[in-house]
Design a binder for this molecule. Sequence first.
Ligand code: CP
Length: 306
Amino acid sequence: MKELRHLINITDLSVDEIYDLVKVAEDIIDNPEKYQDKCARKKLATLFFEPSTRTRLSFTAAMMELGGNVLGFDQAASSSTAKGESVSDTIVMASCYADIIAMRHPKEGAPFVAASHAGVPIINAGDGGHFHPTQTLTDLLTIHKKFGRFDNLTIGLCGDLKFGRTVHSLIEAMLRYKDIKFVMISPEELDLPDYMKEQLDDAGVEWKEMRSLDEAIPELDVLYMTRVQKERFFNEEDYIRLKDSFILQKKMLTPAKKEMIVMHPLPRVNEISVDVDDDPRAAYFFQALMGKYIRMALILFMLGVK
Ligand code: CP
């Protein structure tokens, strides 16, 4: 029997597989009618134990545009988790009813546990402060659509680099490409975790830390803003002190490269002022749209649909 494929971390996909997914997503954008019945009679379960707008809705829209159906829950409280059912039992149940599962959970490693009990492919839709591989695929498609390449880019990561799972997954993906430089812009308390810094060093990637967003902006091709992750803080006082550490305003983009793009996994709180939205470099709503197309490509890949 063929071994089930799961997507827990972005490195579960090879560079070649990621490239193929991006090419399929680009073909879906150009020829959506070719794909409209590809998942007819297939079911996606979206098991979200933590809030979401983009990830859950784009997975739902992706499966619907492939002609498939979607079932699931959008909070732990509306599932039998509220009665004490374990993640593993929940996954065994969902495997009975669906062909593929997208799961978000506040506990790091929960999708890994789920994968070891699942009878169908599991897609990690975000686990605590750990990983968010489908956001990274979204980010990669956005970068490819804007630059036509993945190499030779200087990427500024700004905000909460400690708890921001989208940042961790994006770093793991990008350090596999050539001539990538990272600029880490965060308050000291929200620095990138040491294990991630070690990964960068082991990969021989050029990176530095800066405390000023204004000083970093002129050298960047991509500015990746992130929200300070309120839900991961142990006390509210620290969150309030750090939450507005970096706020991007339109006037700050004056010295930026003309082709630079501003990305953000969203939701944003205060970290990008709304006056940036009409700047041609603002790419975050386009990025959210790309999330649907890459998830369509991913569902096809995980289900083995040609
Ligand atoms: N980017 C992202 O994961 O957004 P949601 O939390 O709304 O799904």
